[in-house]
Each structure stands twice: as C-alpha cells, then as structure tokens.
Design a protein around this ligand. Structure first.
Ligand code: SF4
Length: 696
C-alpha cells in the first residue's frame, strides 16, 4: 500500500491526464488533483476519477485460470505458464511459426508493446502479430506518412489550439471521449477563434461549435474535396506555400475540381452555403487547424479521407507553420506509443519498417539475432482475427477484448472459439478471456511502472503507486517466463526501466527516436516529445525533444509535403431496399472502449448502464417506436436489440449505437469489416441496416 502521494497518469484514453494517487484512510488509493500537468491541469472525467475501482480485487482476476473439463479453474502460475508454452510450442511444431498469432493492445505501455513485438518475432518467430490500435487511428497514420513522411498524432501540443484562428474537428466527440480537452476549444473561442464540427450527429461537442455540418456517414471525403474546390475557385490557395513546401498539387487540384459544390451537396447532404461558410471561416484567419478522429478514419476509404483533409491544409498553407496544421486525435491510452515500437504487423521499434533491410539490421543487432531470422510483415488486426482457427491455430492475446471491439464480432467470436489454443493476459475476465484455455492475471497502471506516449507525442512516465494483490504478475514477467520455457533464456528483462533502455537503443536513428529520453528526464520534465535523439551532435547537449514538427521541413526525402490526389467513392455497403438506414457507432462519456474495465465500476454503470439505439423522431414514427422501446437493428452480419433513444440531434437516415457492450445489444455484431486498402482499418463508421420493432 502507498504511504505517499504518487503523481501519475490516467489508465484510459490518449489524453493521459495527470492525476495524483493518494492513500485513502481505508488502505486503498484515491485520485486527487494534479494541477501541474499541462494537458488537463487537474481536470478529469468520471472514468479517470473512478479508475481505482478497477484495482479492487472485487472486480479483477487474482489467480491464473486454466480450462479443465470445459471450465476455467484456478491454477498455479507454473501450471498456467507451462500450459501456454506447451500450446504455443505444439502449434509451432505441427503447423510452423506463423500458425502462432499474437494480438496486443493500445493500452499496453511502450515497454510491453516493445517486448510483445520482440517476443513474437524472436521467441515464436511468427509474422502474425498486430493490435487493436489498428482499429483506432491507422488511417490517420497512413495519411500522415503519405503526406508528411511521419506519423505523430498531433504535430503540436494541445496548448497551441487556443492560439489558432479556426479548428475543423472532423468526426470527434471529444466532449464525451476526452472531456478535459474541451477546455482548449473553449479558450480558442474566448480568444476570438472559431470551431467547426463535422459529425452526422449533433453531439455534445457539436453543441460547442460555431458551425456544425452533419454529412451523411462516410461522405466526409467528398466534403473535404468540396471545400478544396471552393478554395481554388475563390482564389484562396496559398500559391507561394504550395510552391515552396509541397509537391503534387496539380493532380490533387484536378481531383478536387471534379467535385463541384452542388455535386458534393448531393453526396453529403451539406448545403452549398454551409460549405462556403466553412471555407470562409477556415481561410479568413492567419492560422487554422484540421483535427480528425475515428469518424473519417474508420472507413474503407479512411486513408483517402484523411488525405483530403490534409490536402485542404496544404493548399491553404496550414501545415508546418505556427499554430496551423493537421492532427489526429488518437483514442487509446497508448495508441500512439503502441504503434511505434513493434506490435504492429509491419513495424519494428522506433517506427521502423519491417521490410526495410537497414531497419532489420539495426533492430536485429540490438536484439542479438540474425536479421534474416526476423519474419516479414504479417496480417492486419481484422485479417489476423479472421484467420483464427484456419491458418492461425494458437493465439496469445494481451490487453484486448475483440469479442466486443472487433467488427463483425459474432464471426470473430466464432473464429476465436475455433482456435486450438487461446491464452489471454488481462486484468479482468473480459468476454474474450472467458473463452481462453489459460488466463493470466496481470498488473495494471497503478501497480507497475512504465511509459506511455499521449496523443501529442509526449512520452510520459507512469510510476508504480501501489503493491499489486498477491497472485498477480506483470506482462513483462509473463513474457520473460514464456521466453524461458520456449528456449530463449536471455533478452526479456522484467524491469521496465531495463526494457526502456533497450527500447531507446532500438529506436535510435528511427523516425520515432526515443534515445534521448530517460526515466529520470521523464520524472523531472513532465514528459518529453519525440523525436528526441540522444544528444545534440554539435553541442553534445541534451536534446530538448520536439513539441512542434515540420516547422522547417517535412519528414520526406526532399522536405516537401506531398499532396495525394483523392476522389470521392461510396462506402462499402450503401443502403438499399432491404437495408435502407445507415448505422454509425461510437462511445459515451461514462464507458471506455470494450467496457472491460469501466463496466465494472458502479458509478460508471449507473451513468451508462447499457446500449441504446439513437434515432430521429421521423424514423421512430415510421417504426412505431416510442422512447425506451426495444428496437432491433439488423445488418447483413447479424441483429442487435437495444432501447430506442429518440432525438432530433441525428440525421433521419442514420442511427447511432455505442459499442461498449456484449450480448444482444452488441453494436459490433452489425459493423462491416470492409478494410481500407492502405491502413487495413475496418469500416466501423458506416454500414447499411434495417430497423424492426420488437414485440414485448
Ligand atoms: Fe482519463 Fe481520458 Fe478521462 Fe483524461 S479524459 S481522465 S485520460 S479517460
């Protein structure tokens, strides 16, 4: 138990709000205000405030479980670890290394994500590793890489937002997903700036907007192109900037000019005067930003949609300049760091590419292995889950709950059940853990030390504040023990700082260079922005980190940003006579992602006890449904039932469901796994459904 106040960070979203953990009189810990962290300055949402509830042994796993005669029963650590080693070893012997899959999570610390990637490639020798962060922001990552040569969610700190002139917020309901961040947008408005929110729903965030545009789900690519068309037509292009700092404008311009405002109005439902007003608001001030989130990104054309918004920024000179730029609001706690250090199917630590021979040599050298022994890129998250039980026979899963969070979830649940062997490391018995052959109870945020990287690219230290309950081990200890049992005795330390020291060396010289960051600096400096090379080569001084990217040059070979020519295309599954309505999904303020943790917190459950179907009164009337009536939502993949929530704040052609729950109200039973061709991001945000009244 703690005997002093420990400054730390929230375990949930990518804002990584600062908080203090303070001993409570009853021997537990409580969250108290920590005002020195600039991102939230002491403010927390209900999820962060109640996070200690999940530390309680009342709601969590405290013993390894193994399946015996169909039931999960308590077992010793040795028995559980032996079972996992045997399961993975047998699969590898009988079917080859690629029949072993590894699935990680965007909540894992950098140290765990790094070690998991190394474990998959060095111990198992499998290419089949990916993580649930693929479902979160991979389209923005792909768009950023294409345009800027680098993917860091925000290329500037959040504190720059109040200093810009206009922000276009595309597909983000941050007033519910990360409420303390709303402060930056309120300050923007107090300073005379404006906020444009683009969302099919009049969300709590949209209520703060000076202009709310509500396009049909899946049409914001056309919306961005229509705005770019107007920029060109009205002579608002920043020709000098385009010529000095970009390449590829002519093709992107030609693509945008094919998207007449009236054509865009027909596609999106956003009127031409609204489009013109948005262009005026965006182009009038000296500086402006576009921030995207899951709305534009979780589409089968998410990379192109992000590209269209980046093109708008580039054409108007609003990238790589003070208080201007494009950014992505990453969702998961360590969604940013998790994609930088090797648990993604195509990546090595430091955001190096697995198919780059020089990157393979560098990382193999740090790992003490032959570069040729490293497998190549593997399947993306959905494709990996879809291959379970066929090509992939055994799975090690850490910090993820795909039975709730994956698209086409009933299918994925069946694939998981068809595995020869499943091992899950988690804090609680999630819906996915409940299907496992072995479940290992592991430590969580306040019980362990580790680093995360927030949505700004700010690397943070979360220090251990309390002693974990008896019977629980860390993920690093699990990987150490498994590596040992599988014949790799060295290279898997259990001390997080030792892992971080190796990560620093592995990332050195890569795009996400952490080599100048140490635990000591993180403790003293309240976070350091990457890239942070080990030393300034001329002066030998400590590198200060890089809060603002691209001010002098973009991270491309010639320093210029790239326009990417993109055009509108429909979503993968347009409504038709059988499925005439669009479904879009998202989150509510009192729950987090698959709900594995937050559904175990009484206060949050009381605030958000279950799923619902949000629909317009016209749709409700056609259905004959009143507020609270059960409504069935049916897609080509399945059927979900939840109470109606009737509101004028949604388009009449669209329904919304939050995705935090399992059971008959599981939204992801319905969602479409159509993948973006570049990012492999599934199309969570738009699919065709029909509504049916449910007789009680
Ligand atoms: Fe935690 Fe995010 Fe809430 Fe902050 S906004 S308290 S990081 S869940």
């Amino acid at each position: 138990m703690p005997n002093s106040v420990t400054p730390t960070h929230c375990p949930y979203c990518a804002l990584q709000c600062g908080m203090n953990l303070t001993p409570a009189p009853d021997g537990t810990v409580e969250v108290t205000e920590r005002a020195d962290f600039p991102v939230n300055r002491g403010a927390l949402c209900g999820k962060g405030r109640t996070a200690p509830a999940v530390l309680s042994s009342r709601v969590r796993l405290t013993s390894p479980l193994v399946r015996s005669e169909g039931t999960l029963v308590p077992a010793s650590w040795d028995e559980a670890l032996d079972r996992i080693a045997e399961g993975l070893s047998r699969t590898r012997t009988e079917h080859g290394p690629d029949a072993c899959g590894v699935f990680g999570g965007g909540g894992l610390t950098n140290e765990k994500a790094y070690t998991l990637g190394k474990f998959a490639r060095v111990v198992l020798g499998t290419s089949q590793i990916d993580y649930n962060g693929r479902f979160c922001m991979s389209s923005a990552a792909a768009g950023g890489m294409k345009a800027f040569g680098l993917d860091r969610g925000l290329p500037f700190p959040l504190e720059d937002i109040p200093k810009t002139g206009c922000v276009i917020l595309v597909g983000s309901n941050l007033a519910e997903t990360m409420p303390p961040s709303l402060r930056f947008f309120n300050e923007l408005k107090e300073n005379g700036g404006t906020l444009i929110v683009i969302d099919p729903r009049r969300t709590k965030t949209a209520e703060h907007a000076d202009l709310h545009l509500a396009p049909r789900p899946g049409t914001d690519l056309a919306l961005a192109l229509g705005m770019l068309h107007l920029v060109v037509a009205e002579g608002l292009t920043d020709e000098a900037y385009v010529s000095e700092r970009t390449a590829g404008w002519e093709d992107a311009r030609a693509a945008a000019m094919a998207h007449w405002p009236e054509y865009v109005e027909r596609i999106t439902g956003v009127s031409v005067p609204e489009l013109r007003e948005a262009v005026r608001m965006f182009c009038e001030p000296e500086a402006a930003m576009v921030l995207t989130a899951r709305g534009p990104e979780q589409q089968s054309k998410g990379t192109d949609t992000v590209g269209a918004w980046i093109n708008l920024c580039l054409a108007t000179g609003r990238a790589g300049r003070p208080f201007s730029g494009y950014g992505c609001l990453t969702g998961q706690g360590n969604g940013q760091g998790g994609r930088e250090h090797g648990q993604k199917a195509d990546q090595l630590p430091g955001y190096r590419k697995l198919d780059d021979p020089a990157a393979r040599r560098h990382v193999a050298d740090v790992w003490g292995v032959d570069p040729d022994s490293l497998p190549g890129p593997g399947r993306s998250a959905y494709e990996l889950l879809d291959a379970l039980g066929t090509d992939i026979k055994s799975l090690l899963l850490m910090g993820s709950n795909p039975v709730v969070s994956a698209p086409h979830a009933a299918h994925i649940e069946e694939r998981i059940k068809s595995l020869d062997f499943l091992a899950v490391c988690d804090v609680v018995l999630s819906e996915t853990a409940a299907l496992a052959d072995v479940v290992l109870p592991v430590t969580q945020w306040a019980e362990e030390t580790g680093t995360t990287t927030n949505l700004e690219g700010r690397v943070l230290l979360r220090k251990q504040a309390i002693t974990p309950p008896d019977g629980i081990r860390s993920d690093l200890e699990v990987m150490h023990e498994l590596a040992d049992r599988l014949g790799v005795e060295k290279g898997f330390p259990t001390d997080p700082e030792e892992v971080f020291e190796e990560l620093r060396r592995a990332s050195a010289g890569g795009p996400a260079d952490y080599s100048g960051i140490t635990y000591r600096r993180l403790a003293e400096e309240n976070g350091v922005f990457w890239p942070c090379p080990s030393a300034d080569s001329d002066a030998g001084a400590v590198h200060p980190g890089t809060p603002r990217l691209f001010l002098d040059r973009f991270a491309t070979a010639d320093g210029r940003a790239r326009f990417v020519p993109v055009s509108h295309r429909p979503i993968a599954e347009e409504p038709d006579d059988d499925y005439p309505v669009l479904l879009t999904t998202g989150r509510v303020v009192a729950q987090y992602q698959s709900g594995a943790q937050t559904r175990r917190v009484d206060e949050l459950n009381a605030a958000a006890p279950g799923p619902f179907v949000e629909l317009h009164p016209r749709l409700a009337e056609r259905l004959g449904a009143a507020e609270g009536d059960p409504v069935a939502v049916v897609s080509r993949r399945g059927r979900a039932v939840a109470p109606a929530r009737i509101t004028l704040g949604i388009r009449p052609d669209t329904v919304f469901m939050p995705f935090h729950w399992h059971g008959e109200g599981r939204a992801n039973t319905l969602t479409n796994p159509a993948l973006d061709p570049t990012s492999r991001m599934p199309e969570f945000k738009a699919c065709a459904v029909r509504l049916e009244a449910v007789k009680s």
